[in-house]
Structure formats: structure tokens, C-alpha cells
Write a protein that binds this ligand. Structure first.
Ligand SMILES: O=C(O)CCC(=O)C(=O)O
Length: 343
């Protein structure tokens, strides 16, 4: 597919170049087909400047029930915080390929940082037009980050520390909607025991109509909190039909989505919805998701508070790391991977 600055700066292309033209149903041309785009609906934008306002809690829970997606504004992270983290991502992907390659998955100096491409390259017939640098965040352990790339290490740590406050507020609101009064330490481990932050980098794509930035998938997280840049390109599956809704970039906003874990904990009250992203012909796009994942050995199942009125559990109890292994052993399967936990 011609010149390509991503896919880890050419070295992967030697192996995979024949695998980036995607099947027709995953292509940008298919997603952006006007008959497939819903324009009369949009994902809610919620002003969270007063987290204690019950109306804010209700709007968050309502959006999680109906859409599984929403944007938040006035969340406490400043425009400068958001610019700093995006710039840090661009700095990393602007490094010479030999420098980036030091962090390649399997060769990285630390198991808390790795560079990869696509989604599950070993399991996919075709690759996505995306490289990503992934950080496992260990709170209060500077050693874990000691070997992260110096061009972005401090910005990632600083951003995570600030974003953690927003994440806790979001989880408190969402769990209130499930009758959970308090998030104690054990619950905190289940909800957010091992967060992962990514720099997703979608290089300019000469033929975006033939490629997929990220194919349709849901996240395994409890929630995902994503910062996108002003290029746009994120689409969410509409509530009806085989259609998609664009999530427009909103200055200063964070995009929040429910992940499979929260759908399981809530016994399907909240929806983990498929989404996908497209590459751009003219510009390099960057997005910064925080996957708020449970601790690896956390046991995930419908919460007792949700079942207390005699509701039947839809899911069995699973260990998060088992589900994660299962999920990443597959290529994209839409929401089918949730059958792993379904009773
Ligand atoms: O880049 C985006 O807008 C979406 C990214 C995404 O869905 C993911 O990393 O799982």
C-alpha cells in the first residue's frame, strides 16, 4: 500500500505489507458509507463540573445504559494536560525507528512498556493501520517506569496520576447506579487494579478506503477513558441496525466507554459497545486510551448488589487474566468473546 510511516516504521512491513488491505466489511469506505452513518443521534456530552450533583450521576448512568459511550467536559484535566500527553505521544512516534524498536514487544527493556502493531497480529488475517505503545501503570512504583522512553515517561506518569481522580469519580457514579454505596480496597482492585495507557498512532494512510484504523471491537476493561485529537475518526455502533455514529472531537473532552468487565459486573445493565476507528489520508492521528482494567487475578461476575432482588445472573464468575488471554488469542470477533463468560 505504498509509503507507510507506521507499522513500526517499515520493519514490520517487510513481513506484513500484504496484510494491511482489509476485507471489504472492515474498510473505511464501508464505515463512512452515508447509508451506514446515523447523523440524527449523537453520543451525550456530560458536564461533570459538579461530580456531587445527582443529575450528573444520573446522566452518566443513563448514558452507560443506553449508549455505553459518552463524552465528559469540565472533568478537571486542563487543556494543557491534554496537549502535553498528545505531544508526548507524537514525540515517541517521531523518534527514529531504531529508537522506537528498542521497545518492541518481546525486546522491551521493561515488561511494563511495549510497542506493538494492529490488535493481535498473530491472530489476524489482515493488520490494522495502527501502531501503539502500551504502558502498564503501577501506582506508587517508580521502579516500574524507570526504563520507559525518556521522551514521554514523565508525561505518562503525570497524566495517569491526574486521570486517576477522574476515573475514580466516574466509577463511583457508575457503581452508585448499581446500588453500590462504597468502593472499598477489594472492590477497587476489581474495578481498576491494573490500568493500561496506550499511545495509539495512526500514520497518514495513502489509501484509507482500503484500510481499518481499528476494527470493530469492544474493550475488556471496566471503563476506557480516551483522549482523541482533533482529526476525528472514532465510530460507535448505533443502538439499531448495522450503523455507526461518529464521535466528534470536542475540545477538552474525554470519551468514556463501558467495557466488557462492567457489562458483566452490572449483569447487562450497562453496555459495552463495539467501536472502530479510521485512518486519515492527510494527517497522523493520535489517541490516548486508558483501559481501566481489573487486577489480573480479580474475579469478575455480576455484583451481589445487582442480584439482590432475585435477578438471575447472566454471567458466571471468571478470572480477569483468563478472559484477557482468551480475548487476545482471537482476532476481532465483535462481541462474541463475551460468550466466554455467559451462562
Ligand atoms: O483511537 C480511537 O479512537 C479508538 C481506539 C480504540 O478503540 C482502542 O484502542 O481500543
Amino acid at each position: 500500500m505504498g509509503d507507510h510511516q507506521g507499522i513500526a516504521g517499515h520493519f514490520l512491513m517487510d513481513f506484513y505489507c500484504w496484510r494491511v488491505a482489509t476485507p471489504s466489511d472492515h474498510r473505511v469506505a464501508t464505515i463512512t458509507d452515508p447509508t451506514k452513518i446515523v447523523t440524527e443521534d449523537s453520543i451525550p456530552i456530560i458536564d461533570v463540573s459538579d461530580w456531587n450533583d445527582p443529575k450528573v450521576t444520573e446522566s452518566i448512568c443513563e448514558a452507560a445504559r443506553k449508549w455505553g459511550f459518552f463524552q465528559i467536559v469540565n472533568h478537571g484535566l486542563t487543556l494543557e494536560d491534554l496537549d502535553k500527553i498528545k505531544d508526548a505521544g507524537h514525540r515517541f512516534f517521531g523518534l527514529p525507528k531504531e529508537e522506537r524498536a528498542k521497545y518492541w514487544k518481546g525486546k522491551s527493556p521493561a515488561n511494563t512498556v511495549s510497542l506493538s502493531t494492529s490488535f493481535s497480529p498473530h491472530a489476524e488475517a489482515v493488520l490494522e493501520w495502527k501502531d501503539f505503545l502500551s504502558f502498564s501503570y503501577v501506582s506508587g512504583d517508580p521502579e516500574a517506569a524507570a526504563l520507559w522512553p525518556p521522551v514521554c515517561k514523565f508525561q505518562v506518569l503525570e497524566y495517569m496520576e491526574k486521570a486517576k481522580i477522574v476515573i475514580k469519580r466516574l466509577l463511583e457514579a457508575l457503581l452508585k447506579g448499581l446500588n453500590v454505596k462504597e468502593i472499598d480496597q477489594a472492590r477497587e482492585y476489581v474495578l481498576m487494579g491494573s490500568p493500561v495507557i496506550n499511545f495509539n498512532y495512526y500514520p497518514r494512510c495513502p489509501s484509507p478506503e482500503l484500510a481499518a484504523g481499528v476494527g470493530p471491537h469492544s474493550d475488556i476493561s471496566t471503563i476506557t477513558v480516551l483522549l482523541q485529537d482533533d482529526n476525528g475518526g472514532l465510530y460507535v455502533r448505533a443502538t439499531e441496525g448495522d450503523c455507526w455514529i461518529h464521535v466528534p472531537p470536542v475540545n477538552g473532552a474525554l470519551v468514556v466507554n463501558v467495557g466488557d468487565t462492567l457489562q458483566i459486573l452490572s449483569n447487562d445493565r450497562y453496555k459495552s459497545v463495539e467501536h472502530r476507528a479510521v485512518a486519515n489520508r492527510n494527517k497522523n492521528r493520535i489517541s490516548v486510551p486508558i483501559f481501566v482494567d481489573p487486577g489480573p487475578d480479580a474475579v469478575i461476575g455480576p455484583l451481589p448488589e445487582v442480584l439482590e432482588d432475585g435477578e438471575k445472573p447472566i454471567y458466571r464468575e471468571i478470572v480477569f487474566s483468563d478472559y484477557s488471554k482468551y480475548f487476545f488469542s482471537k482476532g476481532y470477533e465483535g462481541k462474541k468473546t463475551m460468550d466466554y463468560a455467559r451462562i
